[in-house]
Write a protein that binds this ligand. Structure first.
Ligand SMILES: Nc1ncnc2c1ncn2[C@@H]1O[C@H](COP(=O)(O)OP(=O)(O)OP(=O)(O)O)[C@@H](O)[C@H]1O
Ligand SMILES: [Mg+2]
Length: 263
């Protein structure tokens, strides 16, 4: 579905590459986990796929292959349609990702306005359907609300609705549950699993927490200082880590969590 080959990203104002030779494949229909400590290059990797890198501030090489195109070099028109319509993005902080002055429904429908020629009424219908798909109660009322009127969990659901409203084939989720409390986090993970299964959307799920990744991904890739140090089935990586860094990541999970997991 998506193949990254030897990706390098170097910011001009940094000595070290942010991403240093990463090769990674996201299979059709899977949720691939990407873990690693802060600064290891997870977000930069996702931004390379989404076309969100500040192009003037960095140099890239390698390939990000999607639907026959290299997303690092394809021309703008193609990127606009691929990255706008086929690849959805959800970030950690729903509040800062939303425009505080725009109604939630309009924001969820924003990418339909930009990328389709649906009428206003058709867009509204699609948005309401999306709000329903992410289990927001009373979509009609959520539609007319402003971001500050929703809880963090509801906002994150709205962000997911915004990302799937145009029916992307790939969803990039960058720490989508990190800002949420544990109960809400579990609900969002369930929701993502369901969307993956019911709508067949492939996902890249980024987290610094291997324990969260375990709940939702069969396969996981581990990054350290811009490089991929280990890739494998989540169970394999969790129970038989090969790389010392992965062991370190697992050891840093609070024991309480681990016990609960094994119970
Ligand atoms: N716009 C930028 N300009 C310069 N350096 C950047 C920029 N964006 C990211 N970096 C650097 O690239 C490296 C990788 O950052 P990245 O945000 O991908 O890490 P991360 O794994 O997502 O970390 P976190 O878990 O904290 O989100 C870091 O050293 C970071 O400082
Ligand atoms: Mg990040």
């Amino acid at each position: 579905m998506l193949e990254i080959k030897d990706l390098h990203v170097k910011f001009h104002n940094r000595d070290r590459e942010a991403v240093s030779g990463v090769s990674l494949t996201i299979e059709d229909g899977e949720i691939l986990g990407l873990v690693g400590e802060s600064g290891s290059g997870k977000t930069v990797t996702a931004m390379s796929i989404a076309g969100l890198l500040p192009r003037k501030q960095c140099r890239t090489s390698g390939e990000v292959l999607f639907e026959g195109y290299n997303l690092l070099t394809a021309d703008r028109k193609i990127l606009r349609s691929l990255q706008g319509k086929k690849i959805g993005v959800v970030f950690q902080e729903p509040m800062s990702a939303m425009d505080p002055l725009m109604r939630v429904g309009e924001q969820v429908g924003e990418c339909l306005r930009i990328h389709t020629d649906l009428t206003k009424e058709e867009r509204r219908e699609r948005v309401l359907k999306s709000l329903e798909e992410v289990d927001l109660p009373d979509p009609e009322s959520v539609y007319t609300k402003y971001p500050h009127e929703l809880s963090g969990g509801m906002l994150q659901r709205a962000m997911i609705a915004a990302a799937i409203v145009i029916r992307p084939s790939l969803l990039l989720l960058d720490e989508p549950t990190t800002a949420l409390d544990v109960t809400i986090q579990a609900q969002i993970l369930e929701l993502l699993k369901r969307l993956n299964k019911d709508l067949g959307i492939s996902m890249l799920f980024i987290s610094h927490n291997l324990n969260v990744v375990r709940k939702i991904c069969r396969r996981v890739a581990v990054m350290q200082r811009g490089e991929l140090v280990e890739t494998g089935s989540t169970e394999q990586v969790f129970f038989h880590p090969e790389h010392p860094y992965t062991k370190h990541l697992i050891e840093s999970i609070p024991t309480r969590d681990k016990r609960k997991e094994n119970a």
